[in-house]
Design a protein around this ligand. Sequence first.
Ligand SMILES: Nc1ncnc2c1ncn2[C@@H]1O[C@H](COP(=O)(O)OP(=O)(O)O)[C@@H](O)[C@H]1O
Ligand SMILES: [Mg+2]
Length: 269
Amino acid sequence: MSDAVIIELKNVYKSFGQLVVLAGVDLQVRQGSTTVVIGPSGCGKTVLLKHMIVLLHPDAGEVFFDRQDITHMSERELVAIRRRVGFVFQGGALFDSVDVQGNVCFPLAEHHISSADEQADRCREALRIVGLNGLQYKMPGELSGGQKKRVALARAIVLEPDVILYDEPTTGLDPVRADLINELIIKLQHELNTTAVVVTHDMASARKVGDRIVMLYNGSFIADASPAQLDAVTDETVRHFVDGRASKQELRELELGYFLDIENGQATT
Ligand SMILES: Nc1ncnc2c1ncn2[C@@H]1O[C@H](COP(=O)(O)OP(=O)(O)O)[C@@H](O)[C@H]1O
Ligand SMILES: [Mg+2]
């Protein structure tokens, strides 16, 4: 990991109508690092990730990529930036009517790499890296959930990006399949020397792949720790999330008072 910052968000605000999603977020992502963003569903993790390549525009604040202010770049100027970034979208988002090679090569066509030979070569190499040799002519419907995620990964690396943004890459997979994805994220970082930002609410994945874990909550970061430091964080909201326990407030909202009593060692019927 170097000290150079490749992505920086400075005091970023984003609202949708009355809903404030990002309320002054600051984040520096260092080159070669793996930053994991955790936080409850709906807290704004995907929105945050999209700001990193200005798929969403901040209401206020700035976004820098490799020291360039990209906040107000035109879509045309952003093409060169986005070429350096692979995005693994939430849910994989493959085109069901197109075979694996068509899916993997999609970013190539977007960036005008249209030679059939080059497309096939790059596709083969990307599939080799994610362990899906020879599956280029399969249709997404013929693949397992884990294989689909790996095709989405292959698509994200086909342009040999400097940065890979992963949006919930292990969600919906069993623990073994999820761990394979974790191993791939680590392998890609080592083999391709990429910087990664991984959005997840899978704590096992967060601890395994991250060298830094930040937690987004109510529009800003309430934790910023290495996996080793995470267990020493005392903030209650962070603890409940990291340990996978509902807070008392959340239990009360569900009127699960009975469970509260159990937690207090006073179970009554
Ligand atoms: N394009 C949009 N228009 C309106 N609301 C949005 C849009 N994108 C996200 N939101 C809202 O912003 C909040 C954060 O969304 P998201 O970033 O997807 O959460 P998550 O942390 O689960 O990824 C949610 O309440 C969502 O409904
Ligand atoms: Mg999301």
